[in-house]
Ligand binder design. Sequence first.
Ligand code: ZN
Length: 164
Amino acid sequence: MNQFLTRRSFILIPIMSILKIIFKPIKVLASSLNSREEWNLSKEQWKSRLSPESYYILREEGTERAFSSQLNNEKREGVFHCAGCDLPLFLSDKKYDSGTGWPSFWDSIQGSVLTKVDFKLIVPRTEYHCSRCGGHQGHVFNDGPAPTGKRYCNNGLALRFVPD
Ligand SMILES: [Zn+2]
């Protein structure tokens, strides 16, 4: 009997350790929701996560009215996160008053946004979106201040500000 038990644990223990090794990375990935693939949510999933206004901006490439966002006047130090997936996109020290009525930045956090050209106003514009969840943020123009000369014109509804 004792011999049987010993033999059984001798077989079971290595199997358990192998299973632990196999399942550990999967568990880590699922809990952090960090990759682009994991943020590939359905329309319904996005609708349940976002307000109708933010859904319109982030998922349908809408634009909020100029001067409608409180973040336009936000002057505290902090970080502007994607309202869709919370990825940090802009730092407050890169924010400036462009006079356009939308929160404006002369640089984004490296790797946080990706661009594509759209023709919604006939003239080509460079749209940019969150590199993680793909949520539309705004358009980037080449009339910004030094040192980059860029103007990231962002919808306030697509951002969440976290003060320092
Ligand atoms: Zn995002």
